[in-house]
Structures are given as C-alpha cells and as structure tokens.
Ligand binder design. Structure first.
Ligand code: PLP
Length: 458
C-alpha cells in the first residue's frame, strides 16, 4: 500500500517543484569536497531519483554509475525504505541511547549481528552505531586504543594506516588516511603509513586482484621495527580502497597483514564503508577475502544512503575486553546523539530486507564477469593507462594531460554528465560503482557512453 506522503506528492508534481524556474540560490550552501566557485558557475543539480536513474532539474535522465557516493546499493526511490521511515517518524521520531534504549536499535543490531562480516564463526557481532563513515572510523580507532589500555597495553596509542587510504574526515580518519589533500592543513593523532599497493607498472590491466605486490604487506613489519610494537594499537586498511581510485590488494596481501598484526598484538581494522553490503559480490569484503579483522567499519549501504548512519562491528574479544570494571561504570566514553537513531534503524532494517529479498548482497558476483569484460573493452583507447575491477567496482586510469593533473578525467566527467551518465573522478582516475540492481543493458550503456566521452577527450 502506497503511503500518504508518496501519494500526496506525485512524481510530476515533484518535477514541477524543482523545474528550472525555481532554480535555487546557490551562494549559501558551502559545498563539501567541491570547487565551490567553479561548480556554482555551472551547477549540476539532481532533483529526483528512481531505480538506476537520477533526473536533473531540467528533466534529463542520468544513469547512476556511482550509486550516489558508493551508497545506494539497492538503487533509488525504494518505497519500502520510505514507508519504514515514515512509519518510524510517526511512532518514535527520536529517543536517546545514552543510559536509555528503544527496541528498534536493538533489533537492528541483532539483525546485523546475525549476518555479520565473516559469518557466525568470525564473531564480529557486537555493533556500535554511528552517524557516518567518518564517525565509524573514529569510533573504531578509539575502541582499539581503549581495548589495548584495558588489557594493560596502554602505551599502544599509534595507528598505522596506508598511503592512498581514505578513512573519512574526522581527526582520526585524516591521521590514518593517506590522501595528501585531506591531511596537509590539519593536525593529526599519532599515526604512520604503510606503502600503498597501486603498481600500474607490474599490474596494468590486470583483471580482479593484482598478481604482484604481496610483499608490500611487509611494510607493516618495517613500521613495527621503526616504532616498536608496544606503541602500536591497530592497523587500518580499506580491503579495497575506493576513494583513491579503486586500489586493489594484491593476492595474499590481507592475509599477510593479518599474520603480522597477530604476531605483534596489533588489532586489524577493515574499513568497509564502501565494500560493506554487497559491493564485491559478498556481504562484506571480509567474506570475499576470508580474512577476519578485529573491527569492521561500515556506513553508506547500511541504509542504502537514504538516512545517514554508520556502524562498527567489533569482535567479541575486543568488546568483552572492554566490559570490565564495576557494573555501574560506563565501559567506553564515546557515543553520538544519533547513535542508533530510530529513523536510521528503520531505514536500515528495510534496506536489509530489500538486500535479502532481491539477493543483492551477492548480485555483484553474478555480474562481475560481464562487468569486467565490458570495462576492459575500453583498453586501447587513447590515454587509458590502466583498468581495474573487482565485484561491481571499476576504475579507468588516464594519463594526466601535460601540466594539468586531473583535468582530463574532469572533462570526461562533465561530458558524461551532459550525455546522461554519472561517474566519479579522483585525480585522473574514473571510479565506477553502480547500484547493485544494474542490468546488463545498463552496463552496456554505461560503458559505451563513457567510451564515447573518452574518445572525445582524446
Ligand atoms: N571510509 C571509507 C573507506 C570511505 O570510502 C568513506 C567515504 O567515502 C569514509 C570512510 C567516510 O564516510 P563518510 O563520508 O560517511 O563520513
């Protein structure tokens, strides 16, 4: 049954509301990660979304090649989520979870735990709710440091990240992240960085996981020798780095990191803000790689991007290590006003139902080969120096135009948008991550639109 809010505002009425004649004033919204002055001179404004498509304010359809920002895994405009949100807002709009509770937060945690990363054996089934990926990362780092202290390892306060890593924009996240522009202006917490694993020289155009580079995991050993294991609480990596332009781990790399972390009592954190909820063809990257970390950060696909929310999955070992001291003492001085927000939990529960009903958490694996072949058909186009893929993720790396890093890919991005395709660019890398509901014909459209744009850019 269609609910009132959706009946009251028909699609036509919504499109009327957002037509060009009602163009918004642009100067007040300070846009994130955007060249504000450039954007506002030639804005791209999306007004509606359904399934695989956005509609812009001029009424043009735009194929979503990026699931929004890697988050709308079940596609757009999902009625089940809208209905759950409306129902929850009308029932319990907000209630705190500090020294209080409400059933839906426990229900959502239990549902997530039942399908936690790595399955029942991994025991990553203790769930801490946050409001975003950045908050999940900062939460995981704080849990790691607090855990080490609780087990008598209080000198372990340093975190090891990786070059080209992206872990959001909290002070913890930028400290362990390895994207220079995110770091250079701001102070950071004690951290150091392993080398990244992108090696176009040896691995160019490899399909799936790169064959070369497992030895790069030994960089953790080097940093242990440099700083001393007694100073290191945890190592955090994206099993597959998305924001840096789809940097894949070489075969065996994550296994080796796990072994080194174990050897020195260092916790391993997988940042699955992008890879969580089906992106690689398994529910989590943990399941894809069969490597079990101590903590897993998530967000984005947790609620299909519909309501901001994140979650950290903690192992029972870590969780129980902190459940010490008097029963009436708060075990972890950490939490957010919106941790376990009832409306976000409702959206999350509805999202999980959709994933389950439509088999979306494994759909990327059914499409992976088709996706791989389609993307690699772009090999040979001028300036394409690498193509990478895994699950329903892809990257096309372009040679920078002389003296203008990022300009070639940016031109392709604008061109694609004008031709009805949303892609994402980071530097001269085009990153693709369509909703997991994508059909083969839409993959064909995506790749041919991109291919034509690449030809024009050449
Ligand atoms: N971690 C990873 C791996 C991400 O890709 C992102 C965002 O893209 C984040 C953390 C930060 O998430 P948010 O933007 O929700 O704070």
């Amino acid at each position: 049954m269609e609910i009132a809010i959706l009946q009251a505002i028909s699609k036509e009425a919504r499109m009327d509301q957002i037509s060009k004649t009602n163009a918004p004033v642009l100067e007040n919204f300070w846009m994130p990660f955007t060249a504000n002055r450039q954007f506002k001179a030639a804005p791209r404004l999306l007004a509606a979304a359904e399934g695989m498509y956005y509609t812009d304010v001029d009424g043009n359809r735009v194929l979503d090649g990026t699931a929004g920002l890697w988050c709308c895994n079940a596609g757009h405009g999902r009625r089940k989520i809208a209905q759950a949100v409306e129902r929850q807002l009308a029932t319990l709009d907000y209630a705190p979870t500090f020294q209080m509770g409400h059933p839906i937060a426990f229900d959502f945690a239990a549902k997530l735990a039942a399908n936690a990363p790595g399955g029942a054996d991994a025991k990553l089934d203790r769930v801490f709710f946050t409001g975003s990926g950045s908050e999940s990362v900062d939460t995981a780092l704080k849990i790691a440091i607090a855990y080490q202290r609780a087990i008598g390892q209080g000198t372990r306060t340093r975190i090891i990240g990786r070059e080209k890593g992206y872990h959001g924009v909290g002070f913890g996240g930028i400290s362990v992240g390895g994207l220079v522009n995110n770091r250079r202006v701001f102070p950071q917490i004690p951290a150091d960085h392993m080398r990244h694993t992108l090696d176009i020289g040896r691995n160019a155009f490899s399909k799936g996981l790169p064959t070369h580079g497992v030895e790069l995991a030994d960089d953790l050993e080097r940093l242990v020798q440099l700083h001393g294991a007694e100073t290191i609480a945890a190592v955090i990596v994206e099993p597959m780095s998305g924001s840096a332009g789809v940097v894949l781990p070489p075969k065996g790399y994550l296994e080796r990191l796990r072994a080194t972390a174990d050897k020195y009592g260092i916790l391993l954190i997988f940042d699955e803000v992008i890879t969580g909820f089906g992106r690689l063809g398994t529910p989590f990257a943990v399941d894809y790689f069969g490597v079990v970390p101590d903590l897993v950060t998530t967000a984005k696909g947790l609620t299909n991007g519909a309501v901001p929310m994140g979650a950290v999955f903690a192992s029972r070992k870590v969780h129980d290590g902190l459940m010490v001291g008097p029963d009436n003492a708060i075990e972890l001085f950490h939490g957010y006003t919106y941790s376990g927000h009832p409306v976000a939990c409702a959206a999350g529960l509805a999202t999980l139902e959709i994933y389950e009903e439509e088999g979306l958490l494994t759909r990327a694996s059914d499409l992976a080969e088709y996706w791989q072949d389609a993307l690699h058909s772009l090999k040979g186009l001028a300036h394409v120096v690498d193509i990478r893929n895994l699950g329903l993720v892809g990257a096309i790396e372009l040679a920078p135009r002389d003296g203008a890093a990022g300009k070639r890919a940016y031109d392709v991005f604008v061109d694609c948008f004008n031709k009805g395709l949303l892609i994402r660019v980071t530097g001269d890398i085009i990153a693709l991550s369509p909703p997991l509901i994508i059909e083969k014909e839409q993959i064909d459209t995506l790749v041919s639109t991109l291919g034509e744009a690449l030809k024009r850019a050449a």
